[in-house]
Design a protein around this ligand. Structure first.
Ligand code: PEP
Length: 265
């Protein structure tokens, strides 16, 4: 199948790593590394986004604006609420006012460690869209799910549930992250990832129509490295990657972002 042209997105989820001072050094170095390699942002190349801890966002925003860096950024989570008595929560409105373009919703660590439910995540997706953020909705099966239900059933069910509160033609990104592949060093094969990504795109078409399905970028996440990104990116329904561990190494993350230079490896 010919690959439909969607701007690839390489997204780095820093999780709870790098404080605000470290974030400045990291983003500066990342931008220089990409520039040195003549990385052609958003045209032939990929859009590159980082997801720092909340406490770094103001520093990253200031640096990106001052130096006109071609790096996008987003939050790792948001509240389903706009404002009020929700101690410790962060409103999508606050992220939008810091120029965040994206926000992660439903990362497996939020689902498992914080008990976030599909219903709550649907409200977070709607809150992100309401505040002009692009939600990066994470879905994926555990090793037990895989054995019990096969590869697609759980991610497809999570996607359907996650879209329950949105309608029309919202800009979305879906990250397929098999939980067994996250941080394990054992990525899904390109064929495995493509099989699920294709089902996710069909699901997008069923729920929000063909235009949204064609426009939505579907990322693969789970032990992505510079050595496996090119083969994943050759698959027709994979439009980028959500990168955890490898996103904390500037050279490695920049190399992943330049996957088009090493297609064939
Ligand atoms: C993640 O946590 O989203 C992730 C993909 O992690 P890693 O790349 O380290 O597997």
């Amino acid at each position: 199948m010919a690959k439909v042209k969607r701007v690839p997105l390489i997204a780095g989820n820093w999780k709870m790593n790098l404080d605000h001072l470290q974030s400045i050094a990291f983003v500066q170095k990342l931008a220089w590394t990409l520039k040195d390699a003549n990385h052609d942002f958003g045209v032939e190349g990929a859009e590159v986004a980082v997801f720092p801890p909340f406490t770094d966002l103001r520093s990253v925003q200031t640096l990106v604006a001052a130096d006109k860096l071609e790096v996008c950024f987003g939050g790792q989570d948001l509240s389903e609420h706009d404002s009020g008595a929700y101690t410790g929560e962060i409103s999508g409105a606050f992220l939008a006012s810091l120029d965040c373009r994206y926000v992660l919703v439903g990362h497996s660590e939020r689902r498992t460690m914080h008990g976030e439910t599909d219903e709550q995540l649907a409200r977070k997706v709607a809150a992100a869209v309401k505040h002009g953020l692009v939600p990066v909705l994470c879905v994926g099966e555990t090793a037990d799910d895989l054995e019990a239900h096969g590869p697609s059933a759980v991610p497809v069910a999570q996607l359907k549930a996650g879209l329950a509160e949105v309608s029309g033609t919202p800009e979305l990104v879906i990250a397929y992250e098999p939980v067994w592949a996250i941080g394990s060093g054992k990525a899904a094969t390109p064929e495995q990832a493509e099989q699920v990504a294709a089902r996710l795109r069909e699901t997008l078409a069923e729920v929000l129509g063909d235009d949204v399905a064609a426009a939505t970028r579907i990322l693969y996440g789970g032990s992505v490295k510079s050595g496996n990104i090119a083969s994943l990116m050759r698959e027709p329904n994979i439009d980028g990657a959500l990168v955890g561990g490898a996103s904390l190494d500037v050279a490695e993350f920049a190399s992943i972002s330049r996957f088009s230079k090493h297609v064939g490896t």
